[in-house]
Design a protein around this ligand. Structure first.
Ligand SMILES: [Zn+2]
Length: 191
């Protein structure tokens, strides 16, 4: 279990993520940082599907189909980020505005890899068998402000899966208010 280094720049970026998420609760946001270096941070959001439309998301050549849950977009964009940064990270911090879905997102193929249903299982596959050069993953997510029974069940399942991934440490923020109010130094709890 390793801990996320909450630098002032990273905290500012998390605050912006949460502010944007509060304006549009339908979309799920991700903030990602590589090697604890605040110069290598990306924010991305879930997207509606537009079949056949492709995006080029950096100055480089990587393209992908538009649409998907934000974790899927992160996985599809990965090689573009490697190209953009000029290196492959050893440490990846990910802040999520909610826990990854257990089953909702559809399977897809990435190169020679099959990624299964659900962003939870996609992340597990990506961490364990695709982005294997990364040695240390930390994911912190915000719990929903009003989690209902269905979300509780789904969250329990996702947590059980992600807790079993050896290279991954998973945390949650108690809620948006405790993060902003700082009832603990950064509101971050080991999940
Ligand atoms: Zn998902």
């Amino acid at each position: 279990m390793t801990y996320i280094n909450m630098s002032p720049q990273f905290m500012n970026a998390i605050n912006r993520l949460i502010y944007e998420a509060s304006k549009n609760p339908v979309e799920v946001g991700v903030l990602m940082r590589w090697n604890e270096n605040d110069q290598f941070m990306w924010t991305l959001w879930s997207e509606a599907f537009h079949p056949g439309i492709v995006t080029q998301y950096s100055a480089h050549t990587a393209t992908r189909q538009i649409g998907g849950h934000t974790e899927e977009i992160l996985i599809r964009n990965w090689q573009g980020y490697v190209h953009e940064a000029g290196f492959t990270p050893r440490i990846v911090d990910i802040i999520l505005t909610k826990l990854p879905c257990l089953t909702r997102s559809a399977p897809f193929t990435l190169g020679t890899h099959q990624l299964p249903s659900g962003c939870t299982f996609k992340l597990k596959e990506f961490i364990e068998n695709i982005a294997t050069a990364v040695l240390d993953w930390r994911i912190a997510y915000f719990r929903g402000p009003n989690p209902g029974p269905a979300m509780d069940i789904e969250s329990g399942g996702a947590m059980a899966v992600l807790s079993g991934v050896p290279k991954l440490s998973i945390y949650h923020f108690m809620d948006h208010h405790s993060f902003v109010g700082g009832s603990t130094p950064d509101g971050l709890m080991i999940a």
